[in-house]
Design a protein around this ligand. Structure first.
Ligand SMILES: [Fe+2]
Length: 311
């Protein structure tokens, strides 16, 4: 098993209404624009050593451009590339210099559903800072959740090729398995796979400093009139808090905090029946989850399936 991935780095989105999207993420959402260059911008989270956690690109069609993960060294980049090639995975680029802020050494490939994944090492660390008490901006990227038309096929692929481990599963008596939470470290999940009608982005989650800052951030979004999908509440799987909103292009984004750190040696995955009271939201403060809310996060059919982004 190749436990090479260390963490989630960034999620890159392409959108038609670029200005509005940039205004949202660098404004009310609380990220910092670090670089902008003709229709491409890089947004950092002030508490994160990553150069950027979101990249926005102006494009005719909305799509997920890529999801990026870190590995520990250039050797690990090469090792992973060799393993993926040997495993029949379609590489988009060979390992080489990464041409984005912070540079580094990395490569890109398609996952089993055709999403573009980037893996890199030796990316320069961004000068970050401690987020202060009551400061309600994201500390860092927490996790990404991906819709897949075949939940278990996607899960197996991520386990086999990228060394993800299953932490927990959500199950529903009528729908069956609905979500697998996957980890690459002791963080309960860096990625989750949601059963959806098509391949698409489900949501991107940003970690806040603590409960107070998470609630303040939630309130800022509500006051700004940003559409809240679900929350505030506290999940059982991962034990993290949640409030979900929609960005200007209908992508779901989440403020979270206190995501569980688990002991990998002793952990055994649970199957949670999320039709049971208190499973989806331990607190009971979130609006009830229903099919209409769930559908919002199915998102649009992703236009980037097996199409590498141009940059
Ligand atoms: Fe989440």
């Amino acid at each position: 098993m190749n436990h090479l991935l260390t963490h989630l780095r960034h999620v890159d989105l392409a959108v038609p209404d670029y200005d509005r999207q940039l205004d949202f993420y660098s404004g009310v959402w609380g990220l910092t624009k670090v670089t902008e260059d003709s229709g491409i911008s890089f947004l950092a989270a002030e508490g994160s050593p990553e150069q950027y956690v979101v990249r926005l690109r102006k494009a005719d069609e909305k799509r997920l451009d890529l999801v990026s993960y870190g590995v520990a060294s250039p050797q690990d980049v090469d090792t992973l590339a060799e393993r993926l090639l040997a495993g029949g995975v379609q590489l988009i680029s060979q390992p080489g210099t990464v041409d984005t802020p912070g540079g580094g050494y990395g490569f890109r490939f398609f996952d089993v559903d055709g999403r573009t994944i980037e893996v890199s090492a030796d990316v320069e660390v961004r000068q970050h800072r401690k987020i202060e008490e009551k400061e309600s901006i994201p500390v860092k990227l927490s996790h990404v959740v991906l819709n897949s038309p075949d939940l278990n096929k996607t899960r197996e692929w991520y386990e086999t090729h990228l060394g993800f481990r299953l932490s927990d599963t959500l199950w529903h008596p009528r729908m069956g398995e609905a979500m697998h939470f996957m980890r690459i470290s002791s963080q309960h999940h860096s990625m989750a796979i949601a059963q959806g009608p098509h391949t698409a982005l489900h949501h991107v989650s940003f970690e806040m400093r603590g409960i107070d800052e998470y609630m303040r951030g939630t309130g800022r979004l509500l006051r700004a009139g940003v559409r809240k999908l679900w929350g505030p509440g506290r999940h059982t799987a991962g034990d993290n808090t949640f409030t979900y909103f929609l960005d200007p292009h209908g992508n779901t984004v989440e403020y979270t905090t206190e995501l569980e750190t688990l002991d990998e040696d002793t952990w055994h995955p649970h199957v949670y029946d999320f039709s049971e009271d208190g499973v989806a939201d331990q607190w009971g403060t979130a609006n009830p989850m229903n099919e209409l809310i769930a559908k919002e996060s199915f998102n649009d059919v992703d236009r980037g399936v097996f199409v590498a982004p141009p940059v």
